[in-house]
Design a protein around this ligand. Structure first.
Ligand SMILES: Cc1cc2nc3c(=O)[nH]c(=O)nc-3n(C[C@H](O)[C@H](O)[C@H](O)COP(=O)(O)OP(=O)(O)OC[C@H]3O[C@@H](n4cnc5c(N)ncnc54)[C@H](O)[C@@H]3O)c2cc1C
Length: 389
């Protein structure tokens, strides 16, 4: 689709990245689903192509590319149609390492960010806990300062890449209330924790979809983390997370666009091929109208996401637009996946069918990075606060 947001460089990059993803990643993606997480080989392939740190500053080991280069990459990654793969790569390249690129010290850029960009180290972001998901004020994992280190204690749940990560960016409670009744927005910090430290343990979490995301429950049992592994400033974690979550939502929305492109392509191919009562399904007006409605909504959703990316690129933090983009695209992806499965009949319902995987994967995205209900809360409050002209 023509768009004012993309230059010839972006279009050239799209062609290159599509060739790489379809030629080298897609043939392996189903095996990685079976494996339950991306193997070293996968990270190396992405890293060699410079796709694991596109927006990070060059000085920090990244590609220094503009945000629309990432939009292209994420749409194309989404187009592969494997939700787990896209979650694994985007958590690594846009969510966990984002905090290192934006806030990490030069030593951390050298020791962790640069190897992560090269695909030599795998990153995960550990915020959610068994008792705290969308409510960040309830986070209870503590990091108690002790001489030259922190002692980390707690459990993180639903950590994508958790089974394969070499290091975690962990949200911890460092404030004065650490150790007592933990609650509130103050006293949260971000820590970089290596996976091989004594006291770190992880267990796989089997999930409905996103099967190559290597989801884990990670437990920190009195883990001694050097004090210089603090990311940013002490007790500023809540503020950092609120900013980081906007990027997460924009990334989730962009991936959803690509996923819907794939879903619609697969559905169109099926409808053209499948013959019922002497003709292809594309001749059934009821089906044609359903496709028309969803394709129209997808076109509108794409404009919202690109506008949101443009605002972000201008240096704004478009919280309302990020929430709208995430809410609308991930819910639309569920509706499209549902229609696709329905219109492919029993063929789509077979567990190994692309339509079945798309259906399973779509459900994760309306929950991860903030459930739809939370998005509606944020959007509704923001809209109601606005001045009436
Ligand atoms: C596939 C997957 C991958 C994930 N990966 C990661 C990861 O890598 N790192 C990480 O830290 N976390 C990860 N998460 C966790 C994710 O961020 C949380 O699931 C999410 O924040 C919601 O938290 P929760 O599931 O505990 O739901 P809760 O906060 O317990 O909420 C349960 C439900 O209640 C409803 N609800 C919640 N708040 C409101 C409200 N204000 N108003 C109305 N209804 C509401 C929603 O329907 C919500 O789904 C992942 C989750 C999934 C599903």
């Amino acid at each position: 689709m023509r768009s004012p947001y993309f230059t010839d460089d972006h279009r050239q990059f799209r062609a290159q990245v599509r060739e790489f993803l379809v030629g080298e990643i897609l043939p392996r993606a189903a095996d990685w689903e079976e494996l339950g997480g991306l193997p070293r080989e996968a990270w190396k392939l992405f890293g060699e192509r410079g796709l694991l740190g596109l927006p990070h500053p060059r000085g920090a080991g990244g590609g220094g590319r503009d945000l629309f280069t990432s939009v292209v990459f994420l749409e194309e990654l989404g187009r592969l149609g494997f939700g787990g793969l896209r979650a694994a790569v985007s958590v690594h390249a846009y969510m966990a390492t984002h905090y290192l690129a934006a806030l990490g010290r030069p030593a951390v850029h050298r020791s962790h960010l640069a190897p992560a960009v090269r695909g030599e180290k795998v990153a995960a972001l550990a915020i959610s806990e068994p008792g705290a998901g969308s409510d960040l004020t309830a986070l209870a994992t503590t990091a108690t300062p002790n001489a030259d280190h922190f002692v980390v204690r707690g459990t993180k749940s639903m950590v994508s890449n958790g089974m394969v990560a070499d290091f975690f960016v962990v949200a911890v409670r460092t404030g004065a209330d650490a150790g007592s009744v933990p609650r509130g927005t103050t006293g949260l910090s971000l820590l970089l924790v290596d996976a091989d430290l004594p006291g770190v343990s992880r267990a796989p979490v089997p999930t409905l979809g996103w099967r190559s995301a290597g989801t884990a429950t990670v437990t920190w049992d009195d883990v001694r983390v050097p004090a210089d592994r603090l990311i940013g400033r002490l007790d500023h974690g809540f503020y950092y997370l609120l900013r980081g979550l906007q990027l997460e939502r924009l990334v989730a929305a962009t991936l959803a666009l690509g996923g819907m492109d794939r879903c619609l392509d697969d559905l169109r191919a099926f409808l053209r091929e499948r013959r019922v009562s002497g003709g292809p399904l594309t001749e059934k007006q009821a089906l044609v109208h359903s496709i028309a409605d969803l394709a129209t909504e997808l076109a509108a959703a794409r404009q919202l996401v690109h506008h949101c990316a443009w605002l972000y690129e201008q240096g704004e933090l478009p919280a309302e637009e990020c929430s709208m983009a995430k809410l609308h695209t991930t819910e639309l992806a569920c509706r499209l996946a549902d229609l696709s499965l329905q219109l492919q009949g029993a063929h789509g319902y077979v567990a190994t069918a692309d339509a079945a995987r798309t259906y399973r994967d779509a459900r994760a995205a309306t929950i991860a990075a903030g459930p739809s209900e939370v998005m509606r809360d944020l959007i509704g409050r923001s809209v109601l606060r606005k001045t009436i002209h």
